[in-house]
Design a protein. Structure first.
Length: 113
């Protein structure tokens, strides 16, 4: 079979239809890929929003811990100072009646801060 002449209007129409189909298939494939990317982007946004909500909840639940630790340390420090002054007032003239652990309590309270 012989090739139709490039100037033949029927041959040109067939080639144009072939090109149009090829372009349409390419656009369809590109459109599908873009739709998939949009779907993945939406899923990533939802995941990011969920993680942000969870992080906010964790941060709200965590805030009192440092405050409680500081209060416990302060109470320990005050208790040890009170213990030291009470021991000094109750010490008989010949020496201490019991060993004083106030220095250890103060050190522990300062380390807790």
């Amino acid at each position: 079979m012989t090739e139709p002449s490039p100037n033949d209007p029927a041959a040109v129409a067939i080639e144009l239809e072939h090109i149009r189909r090829t372009i349409e298939v390419g656009f369809t494939r590109t459109d599908g890929a873009l739709a998939l990317l949009v779907q993945r982007h939406d899923q990533s946004d939802e995941t990011q929003k969920e993680h942000a909500r969870r992080l906010d909840a964790l941060e709200r639940a965590r805030w009192p811990l440092p405050s409680v630790a500081a209060l416990v340390a302060l109470c320990g420090l005050l208790l040890s100072l009170w213990q030291l002054t009470a021991d000094d007032m109750a010490t008989p003239p010949y020496g201490r009646s019991r060993p004083c652990g106030g220095a250890f309590v103060i050190t522990g309270a300062l380390l807790a801060l």
